[in-house]
Design a protein around this ligand. Structure first.
Ligand SMILES: [Cu+2]
Length: 649
């Protein structure tokens, strides 16, 4: 049996043991829920000592919530020693992630509320609640006493026409129940205007779509000799890459201890990569829509919302899966089979050149990429998280946005200013999706520096000036980031701005520090006022790039408890200290936003939209690391041909 890597996620038996320890402690009462149990990662220096280290205890971090006292409690456990190490109450008002159980119980609470039933009858003329969908939506914080003192949800409701119908096409616009999740009671039903349900159905399920097109012919991906990766436990090894695949209830998929084997040496690149938070603010001030903003990591738990993936549907090729092991809020085992998909893809051409003097010998290499992915459903929306590793040293992260728009109802003839008409009397408010990723770089060691690189033109000066006589000059200006406040920055297409993470002490074969380049992809600026309630809680959207010195307790961009928070926590607070960030263990945080002005083609289900970023080696290797890639066999029509896509192998 291979040694378990110290950063592998907790197994189902380890989570069961943690539950047993928690329940045997007086802190756990009849009104306590378990919000999450995840690996407490050993200290970095300990991990870097592995596998020579004698023994590393398996530890866990648990977050509990006592509904009776409206109090969150953080508990540290040592599973090997079978004991609780620390019990710490969170500051008053801290609201951890809403659990899966609360989603289900909240729906039941609304459906059985006499006040809700009365409103339903008044607005929709319906008494039967069996076709009503109640989606738990976080309540946010708008400065009221109840926002600070109760655990709240403010669900959105929809009415299906039959059990297989897409209920999101029929929003119940005029009714907003407010639920106290501590007592699991509807505390009031807020009523607004009375809108009729949109007249047309909007279905996408295969058995409901009647005018299906002809299927394209089969496309088979076969790997007769199996995949080219080795996976032992959660330790991946592929084409020089080595890393560990993690998963937890809050962040979902995480990657750890990413290395590349170069000339017989395992060289470190990234110690930990994770989605730390995301927020979806809606831009419609109508009273029924104005409070919509969801922090899908800190309020819902991206891991808890993960899908069980299916071969041939979610992933194609030779797939290896890993399950996600968690527990429900009462401590029962909650395992999502096949939550993580691992496979290889052909990705077109990695590189090519034809020398016209030897035209019968073009050199081409196919690009093979390794994909590690998971997909989460947060009520109406789907987010796919895809990490790609390439043979040229690139690492790419891509989020795939799909699922169903969050919509509202209009009166006939009404045209929405803050959204788009999608179907008769059905509209989708404008909104944005802001993600934040934490990248703990360790380029050839922990002591790194981040540089902001801007392209500068050289002004064409006086005649006879030798420095730029033809006005063609431009150069890359690298500014080393010395402190946290200096490092806060926005993307800048005007200067083709990128960031470089270098190890100043390790020089490459041309005498420059080794490094990796961070290339932002599509991005947006927030359009809500800086004084908007949600923005106070999501300070991480104020800048696209942040750099902090490594602190293992700083993991989440909006703080540990963004649910119903008063704001000001996380990156915005930590970086006010303006700590030094040069020549130290640095963490780069990236905020990237997708501005979604909906269109009819996003309905009834949204074709995938993509957003992400790329990491590229820059002077990390001596030359193109894929220069040594052998050519693949050439094929002729219908059969394996002779020769190969290069001068021979
Ligand atoms: Cu969207």
């Amino acid at each position: 049996m291979p040694k378990i890597h110290p950063l592998e996620p907790l197994s189902a038996p380890e989570i069961a043991e943690a539950v047993r320890l928690l329940k045997s402690n007086p802190v756990f009462t009849a009104t306590t829920r378990i919000i999450s149990i995840m690996l407490r990662e050993p200290r970095k220096s300990v991990v870097y000592g592995w596998p020579k280290t004698e023994k590393i205890d398996r530890e866990a971090d648990a977050v509990l919530f006592d509904n009776g006292r409206n109090t969150a409690i953080a508990v540290t456990l040592n599973l090997d020693a079978g004991k609780i190490v620390e019990v710490k109450e969170a500051p008053p008002g801290s609201q951890p992630t809403m659990s899966i159980d609360e989603q289900v119980e909240c729906e039941q609470a609304v459906l059985s509320s006499p006040e809700f039933k009365a409103a339903l009858k008044k607005h929709c003329g319906v008494e039967d609640t069996s076709l009503v969908m109640v989606d738990i939506w976080s309540a946010g914080n708008y400065g009221s006493e109840e926002d600070r003192t109760r655990r709240l949800a403010r669900p959105l409701c929809f009415l299906r026409s039959d059990p297989g119908d897409n209920g999101y096409a029929r929003p119940i616009e005029g009714i907003r129940p407010v639920v106290d999740l501590n007592t699991m009671q509807v505390i009031r039903v807020e009523e607004f205007g009375n809108w009729p349900l949109p007249p047309e159905p909007g279905n996408y399920a295969a058995d409901r779509v009647t005018d299906k097109r002809e299927s394209p012919k089969p496309l088979s991906i076969t790997q007769p000799d199996g995949p080219s990766f080795q996976l032992e436990g959660n330790q991946m090894s592929w084409q020089g890459w080595k890393f560990v695949i993690g998963f937890n209830a809050r962040e979902g998929l995480t990657l750890h201890h990413i290395r590349y084997e170069d000339k017989g040496c395992e060289r470190s690149i990234l110690y930990r990569a994770s989605l730390t938070e995301m927020v979806v603010p809606y831009g419609d001030p109508r009273p029924t829509q104005v409070r919509k903003n969801a922090f899908d990591v800190g309020e819902y738990g991206m891991g808890m919302c993960a899908n069980s993936l299916r071969l041939g549907c979610d992933c194609l090729g030779h797939i290896v899966y890993r399950d996600a092991n968690m527990c429900d809020s009462r401590g029962g085992a909650l395992s999502i089979p096949n939550a993580i998909c691992i496979h290889e893809e052909d990705f077109g051409i990695l590189w090519k050149h034809t020398d016209r003097r030897i035209p019968d010998k073009p050199e081409v290499r196919r690009s093979r990429r390794l994909v590690v992915s998971s997909i989460s459903t947060v009520e109406n929306y789907e987010y796919g998280f895809f990490w790609y590793f390439y043979q040229d040293g690139n690492i790419q992260f891509e989020i795939k946005l799909t699922g169903i728009l969050s919509m509202g109802t209009l009166h006939a003839g009404e045209k929405p200013k803050y959204g788009a008409l999608i179907a008769p009397q059905l509209y989708a408010p404008n909104h944005q999706h802001f993600f934040n990723v934490r990248l703990d770089f360790d380029i050839d060691g922990t002591v790194n520096t981040v540089q902001q690189v801007d392209i500068e033109s050289v002004p064409m000066s006086e005649a006879n000036d030798e420095s730029n006589p033809f006005g063609n000059a431009f150069y890359a200006k690298a500014t080393s980031l010395l402190t946290e406040r200096q490092a806060r920055a926005q993307i800048n297409p005007a200067t083709a701005r990128v960031w470089k993470i270098i190890n100043p002490a390790v020089k490459n074969h041309v005498g420059e520090p080794v490094g990796y380049k961070f290339l932002p992809g599509d991005n947006s600026f927030p359009y809500a006022s800086p004084n908007a309630w949600w923005r106070k809680r999501a300070g991480f959207v104020n800048y696209h790039v942040w750099v902090t010195p490594f602190d293992e307790s700083e993991k989440y961009a909006a703080g540990d408890y963004p649910n119903q928070s008063g704001g000001g926590d996380g990156l915005i607070r930590w970086t006010e200290a303006d700590r030094p960030v040069a020549d130290t263990d640095v963490v780069l945080w990236y905020t990237f936003g997708h501005t979604h002005i909906p269109r009819p083609e996003d309905y009834p289900v949204m074709p995938t939209a993509y957003i992400g970023f790329l990491l590229k080696p820059v002077g990390f290797f001596d030359l193109n690391p894929a220069n040594n890639l052998p050519p693949s066999p050439q094929k002729t029509e219908g059969s394996e041909g002779h020769g190969c896509c290069g001068t021979g192998s």
